[in-house]
Design a protein around this ligand. Sequence first.
Ligand SMILES: *[C@@H]1O[C@H](CO)[C@@H](O)[C@H](O)[C@H]1NC(C)=O
Ligand SMILES: *[C@@H]1O[C@H](CO)[C@@H](O)[C@H](O)[C@H]1NC(C)=O
Ligand SMILES: *[C@H]1O[C@H](CO)[C@@H](O)[C@H](O)[C@H]1NC(C)=O
Length: 273
Amino acid sequence: MAKIVGLMLLVQILFLAATGAAASSAHPAYEEEAAACGVGGGEEELVVIRREEYDGGRILDITHAYREDMPSWETDEGLGQFLCFPRSMKNGSLANNSEMKMGTHSGTHVDAPGHVFQHYFEAGFDVDTLDLEVLNGPALLVDVPRDKNITAEVMESLHIPKGVRRVLFRTLNTDRKLMWKKEYHTDYVGFMKDGAQWLVDNTDIKLVGVDYLSVAAYADLIPSHLVFLKSREIILVEALKLDNVKPGIYSLHCLPLRLLGAEGSPIRCILIK
Ligand SMILES: *[C@@H]1O[C@H](CO)[C@@H](O)[C@H](O)[C@H]1NC(C)=O
Ligand SMILES: *[C@@H]1O[C@H](CO)[C@@H](O)[C@H](O)[C@H]1NC(C)=O
Ligand SMILES: *[C@H]1O[C@H](CO)[C@@H](O)[C@H](O)[C@H]1NC(C)=O
């Protein structure tokens, strides 16, 4: 044990000497942790538990965790490295401090009207202007037919009652596990322009949630977005994780980040039974 610590110190001294760095020694917590590895036994084992559900399944997390191999728009490389550590305890800093770099439309995220309307963008309709009342409240999770994109005909067939203001549309994308694949797919299911128009004209829906990176089918990418965002009353939440959730009514809670000037933001969404 003493030998190991002594060796580590020696390595550190040699390293400092070699680089000529004037850095302070490693963070005390780091040294403790490193030493504890050699001791073994009597120490609490640190096991990370990641959860998709809380409180016995009453709270469901429908947000995708950010991963380097999650799909990213129009690339087969995935999201890639989104964290780096300019300062770390290993490097003698007092704490680990990571930096984050990724598109605001990565993973589970929200679109603001400025995403597709230049005049809304210039007027400041960013993610900070989105209505938290719309983003939080009763929501219906529905399964859409698996053999079509979301057209007017499909929307009509869903018979979503008037008064329903928030709907999460689960599609073939969930069955195909597209959000779990690194490669970006253009053949995902989304809204065709006529489907978006039917929703605007015939329902009270103000929050539209979908299970891949865009609410609009690739073939109608911009037209569908324009239809949804024109009134600035509808909020689009994309790339939700709807695996293993039963269709029905839940209490939805979504909170975007207050990124001034951004037309998109990562968002945390949960369902409560
Ligand atoms: C340590 O600092 C150097 C720059 O001095 C940096 O290049 C390196 O990535 C850092 N290492 C870690 C693990 O943070
Ligand atoms: C949905 O539309 C895309 C084009 O945007 C197409 O590639 C795909 O096959 C369609 N999906 C279904 C189920 O019809
Ligand atoms: C952050 O500090 C811990 C020591 O407490 C260290 O194990 C870890 O590697 C550090 N992270 C990075 C990226 O250097």
